[in-house]
Design a protein around this ligand. Structure first.
Ligand SMILES: Cc1cc2nc3c(=O)[nH]c(=O)nc-3n(C[C@H](O)[C@H](O)[C@H](O)COP(=O)(O)OP(=O)(O)OC[C@H]3O[C@@H](n4cnc5c(N)ncnc54)[C@H](O)[C@@H]3O)c2cc1C
Length: 479
């Protein structure tokens, strides 16, 4: 390994191979999962990434790609040790306004891309709640979504080109600055959502859209979460398409309610945040008012200023930060069900939380049927988390949904892949993995099931119970 690290230093420079106490930052993501590694390598561009990967392939060294480490399924956690390849230095960004495109290095933070697009009157719509920290490379690797994906579509709907370094260190360029293409296989889409297991995305070309000039946002309170879920279905069947339709239950509001603007603190069991956008201010306000009426809540509050609007969204986004702060004691879910099944799914996990006495603060990209109940537990409740999470997965699949709408399978959900995907489909995944990464060096132990998908699936996870994979406590790890 020393020889390999010396050769890597010669490629990326001494300062960009981390082997000291800073390594701790690269051991985990936004979850409790944690694993030691040998070194974090910070290349400056595609060519350096390619050279590092070639050296890893030569020495069969496991390599885990990392963006900002905000993932919520253990994706960038280096479960085989080895090297973490952090793309944080790949921050070159070009806004190609005439073509309504952006060309971004994988390490560009989502919010920075959108802010740069805004200067040209354009917008990059996929907006995960982690937009101020997560990278475009990570977003592509997970096919991330966000509040405005209801109207505008997911990351996959915006990627039209990319540069990928394959597992042997060769460089593949796919797509380009055009909005339509019907020539050949869409290899591009194979890498979207592949969670760093098939190749390393170093640069992405994404479509931009004209930025709507006006937005109007309201917060609507409901007496029960079931009422809120029924209202979601009602508004989506009414002929309106809101720009965003988010849900928060009372427990989630308790964590972030103090971020809400004064006068926006409903004490109800659930709220919906609804937004409309467009270029005609009167139309936007009218449509919002119509939708609020259809929602038929018990308490309607419309943001009267941009500051109030931003305050509502800030509170919604802050919930993700809460999860990160609680990461040792929270397991965050990401299921989605068909729109017609939202009320049933909400009812089931609400009942599950009550039955086991486990707090389940919940936020949801409700318009997409994408629900994020978070299991918050103390030490006595730890053994309940696996069974509850497993039941939520089973319920989502039974209702025709998915165990992961936007976070990926990573390590934490990989064992449940077969619940949703047939054996034949997973066999095709394995063939693709063998084809693209025959040595299995890219992000090992992710996506593919390895252990029985039972209620005890969390028991063997490194980091669960605050122990590292080696069994040592954090404090004992050599620095
Ligand atoms: C506060 C908070 C809020 C969140 N809200 C949302 C949300 O609303 N919607 C949503 O979809 N997600 C959300 N997430 C989850 C997370 O932010 C997303 O999955 C995000 O896309 C991860 O980006 P990242 O740069 O942090 O990637 P990382 O966490 O570093 O990596 C994620 C996965 O992608 C792989 N990867 C990263 N970069 C590359 C690359 N360039 N090439 C190949 N593989 C790569 C990694 O190996 C890993 O498997 C949230 C997380 C937090 C902490």
């Amino acid at each position: 390994m020393t020889d390999l690290l010396d050769r890597i230093r010669a490629v990326v420079g001494e300062a960009n191979v981390i082997v000291d106490t800073r390594l701790e930052d690269y051991e985990h993501d936004g979850t409790f999962l944690q694993h030691e590694l040998t070194a974090a390598v910070l290349p400056a561009g595609t060519e350096e990434v390619a050279q590092v990967v070639k050296l890893c392939a030569e020495t069969r060294t496991p390599l885990t790609t990392r963006g900002a480490g905000s993932g919520l399924v253990g994706g960038p956690v280096p479960l085989s040790g080895g090297l973490v390849l952090s793309l944080e230095r790949l921050t070159q960004l070009e806004i190609d306004a005439p073509n309504l495109m952006a060309v971004a290095g994988a390490g560009v933070v989502n919010g920075n891309l959108d802010a740069a697009a805004a200067e040209a009157g354009l917008m990059y719509p996929p907006d995960p709640a982690s937009k101020e920290i997560s990278t475009i490379g990570g977003n592509v690797a997970c096919n991330s979504g966000g509040p405005h994906c209801l109207k505008y579509g997911l990351t996959a709907d915006y990627v039209v080109g990319m540069t990928v370094v394959l597992a042997d260190g060769s460089v593949l360029k796919l797509g380009g600055r055009i909005r339509k293409r019907s020539s050949g296989y869409r290899l591009l889409h194979l890498f979207i959502g592949s969670e760093g297991t098939l190749g390393i995305v170093t640069e992405v070309i994404v479509k931009l859209v004209p930025r709507p000039r006006h937005q109007a946002t309201a917060m609507v309170g409901f007496a029960s979460i079931e009422d809120a879920a029924a209202a979601v279905r009602r508004v989506l069947h009414s002929g309106h398409l809101p720009a965003a339709l988010e849900m928060m239950n009372q427990e989630a509001l308790e964590y972030v309610g103090h971020f809400l603007p004064a006068g926006f603190k409903p004490g109800h069991e659930a709220v919906l945040i609804i937004e409309q956008d467009g270029n005609d201010r009167e139309q936007v306000l009218l449509q919002l008012a119509e939708m609020v009426e259809i929602l038929d809540g018990i308490d309607n509050r419309v943001a009267q200023s941009e500051a109030e609007r931003e305050g509502i969204w800030n509170a919604r986004r802050q919930f993700g930060q809460v999860l990160v702060q609680l990461r040792k004691n929270v397991f965050s879910e990401d299921v989605a069900v068909p729109i017609s099944m939202i009320p049933e799914m909400v009812h089931r996990f609400h009942a599950l939380g009550l039955k086991h006495g486990v707090a389940m603060p919940t936020v949801a990209h409700a318009g997409d049927g994408n629900l994020h109940p978070a299991l918050v537990f103390d030490e006595e409740q730890r053994q309940l988390v696996g069974p509850i999470a497993a039941q939520i997965f089973r319920d989502a699949v039974e209702l025709g949904g998915t165990i992961s709408a936007e976070h990926g399978l990573g390590a934490l959900k990989r064992d449940f892949a077969a619940l949703e995907h047939s054996a034949e489909e997973i066999a095709w995944w394995r063939r693709l993995k063998d084809l693209y990464d025959p040595l299995g060096i890219l992000n090992p132990h992710k996506i593919f099931p390895e252990q029985p998908a039972d209620d005890h699936f969390l028991d063997q996870q490194p980091g669960w119970g605050r122990k590292l994979a080696s069994g040592r406590d954090r404090s004992e790890v050599a620095t």
